[in-house]
Design a protein around this ligand. Structure first.
Ligand SMILES: [Zn+2]
Length: 91
């Protein structure tokens, strides 16, 4: 796949310290290309280092370690607790 090759070049460029590698000409105007819910390729060109846009792999997908997940859950519980307090006041 020519597109896979392009994405690989893009990732290599994104991984390298800024300025050490010239931007690959073939990657100019490269689109995200991820399959959308409509089944059409994503046309966003603002890509992250992963070679995908913010909707398709640019952002964090959440905690991966058990500690991270516990931390996330704790924050959620705290938020829930806070919400319960504020809603009970308004009633
Ligand atoms: Zn996308």
């Amino acid at each position: 796949m020519a597109d896979e090759h392009r994405r690989k070049r893009y990732r290599e460029w994104a991984k390298s310290p800024f300025g050490t590698m010239p931007f690959p000409e073939e990657c100019r105007g490269m689109t995200c290309g991820a399959k959308t819910r409509k089944g059409t390729p994503c046309k966003l060109t603002s890509l992250y280092g992963s070679g995908r846009c913010k909707l398709h792999g640019g952002m964090s997908t959440g905690a991966k370690t058990p500690e991270g997940k516990a931390r996330q859950l704790e924050g959620y519980r705290r938020w829930q607790e806070k919400r319960r307090q504020t809603t009970s006041k308004t009633e």
